[in-house]
Design a protein around this ligand. Structure first.
Ligand code: C5P
Length: 415
């Protein structure tokens, strides 16, 4: 299973309707193809009076569809509508907006939109009077209320010498809107499919960064905010699991439907995990655990007057909680470790991950890049998940909540 969302190729149905701006649809189609997406052009009869089918076919690399009564045996509109990740109408004329708003279906494009559950993006283009006409405005409002994404129209020079609102949005803006609507649609579809697939599962998640005390007021810590671990706990609970979150110094609120055990140091986290682990179906170790702790915690505050110019602390190795969990694993338990690496080279980072999962012996390792400007305290993240053989079994890019879902998919699948 390769990453459900991260950068995968999309199937885009681009409807082109009959306006002068139809020639600009060619740039949109070309950009989508260059980004690696599959494009099916559905042109209305009027669109083909502005731009010929050979242009669309050459640019999209696919036959242009226009006639509802062609290839009737394959039920084209249903096939196109069901396979599309997104339907975009570029440009959308006042006539097509009116048909979409009322649910009319008198050509292949309007039939395809009606027969599809995919998100719809429209980029209107028409004369200012037509756009501002109360009938068009009411149709646009209706479509907007139904969740259709509008890009533009912009204000600017129109065909001829007139100016005003009604100009097609810039192709780049349209492409961005199409891709984000498709990704949003994919995420919503996956969420609906996932539903409450973790009902009956117990899941233990560690989050945050441990603090290793030096004296009563100082500690050795790290920059982990706990966002990723908390997102995993929240999503696991949403998907029906009974979740325990062992949280070390997290900076984000904890979910209400999750049992929270607060700890601070690695030793406290180790003790909490050891107690909880035997009852878990899955353990997700997202916390950043200090590898070492000061050997002696000073009873009173260390004074610079007493230590002079140099201060030497000696450290002791902390327990490797993840390794201990693997050693004490109960049958059927899925154990997922994390590796935050500063290595910039993708292949070298994967190699570090492969060596780490072999050392730890867990089922999966979530690998992400961290550094001064990556990973910590941010919401956007990019991960790769390795299995014990070192294969990348999943990749995800996005906010920490959607990445959490990709991680939990493995918990669901690995039973
Ligand atoms: O060894 P390293 O810190 O790179 O491994 C990271 C993974 O191991 C994380 O899942 C982390 O929660 C876990 N870990 C641990 N105990 C430690 C150090 C790391 O459980 N002492």
């Amino acid at each position: 299973m390769m990453g459900a969302l991260g950068g995968s190729s999309l199937r885009v149905a681009v409807g082109v309707t009959g306006g002068i701006a139809a020639y600009k649809a060619v740039s949109v189609i070309r950009s989508l193809v260059l980004l690696g997406h599959h494009v099916d052009v559905i042109a209305t009869g009027a669109a083909l009076r502005f731009v010929g089918a050979p242009t669309f076919e050459a640019i999209s690399g696919n036959p242009v569809r226009t006639d509802l009564y062609e290839n009737v045996d394959t039920v084209q509109h249903v096939a196109l509508g069901q396979s599309a990740d997104v339907i975009a109408v570029v440009p959308a004329t006042a006539n097509t907006l009116a048909k979409l708003a009322t649910g009319m279906a008198d050509d292949l494009l309007t039939n395809t939109v009606l027969a599809s559950l995919a998100p719809v993006v429209v980029a209107p283009a028409m004369h200012t009077e037509m756009w501002q006409n109360p009938a068009t405005q009411a149709n646009a409002r209706r479509l907007d209320e139904r969740g259709v994404t509008f890009v533009g129209p912009e204000s600017g020079r129109l065909t001829g010498s007139d100016e005003g609102p009604g100009r097609l949005a810039e192709p780049e803006e349209i492409v961005n809107a199409i891709v984000s609507a498709a990704r949003r649609g994919q995420r919503e579809r996956l969420a609906a499919e996932r539903g409450r697939d973790l009902v009956g599962h117990t899941v233990l998640v560690t989050a945050g960064g441990t603090r290793e005390p030096i004296d009563p007021v100082r500690f050795l810590g790290n920059r982990s905010s706990g966002r990723q671990g908390v997102a995993i706990a929240r999503k696991a609970a949403e998907r029906g699991a009974e979740v325990t979150l062992v949280a070390a110094n997290i900076e984000v609120p904890t979910p209400e439907d999750v049992r929270v055990v607060l700890v601070s140091s690695a030793e406290q986290m180790a003790a909490a995990c050891a107690e909880l682990a035997p009852r878990q179906d899955a353990i997700v170790m997202a916390a950043a655990v200090a590898d070492y702790r000061p050997e002696h915690v000073q009873a009173g505050k260390i004074k610079k007057e007493a230590t002079g110019d140099d201060l030497t602390l000696t450290f002791k190795k902390n327990p490797d909680i993840l390794k201990n969990m693997v050693a004490a694993r109960v049958p059927g338990q899925t154990i997922i470790g994390f590796a935050a690496e500063t290595e910039e080279d993708d292949e070298a980072r994967l190699e570090l991950g492969r060596a780490k999962i072999r050392r730890k012996g867990c089922d999966f390792l979530v690998l992400n890049r961290v550094g001064w400007h990556h990973g910590f305290a941010r919401d956007e993240t990019a991960i790769q998940i390795l299995d014990l053989d070192g294969h990348v079994v999943s990749e995800a890019v996005g906010d920490k909540m959607s990445v959490a879902d990709s991680i939990l998919d493995l918990v669901h699948e690995h039973e």
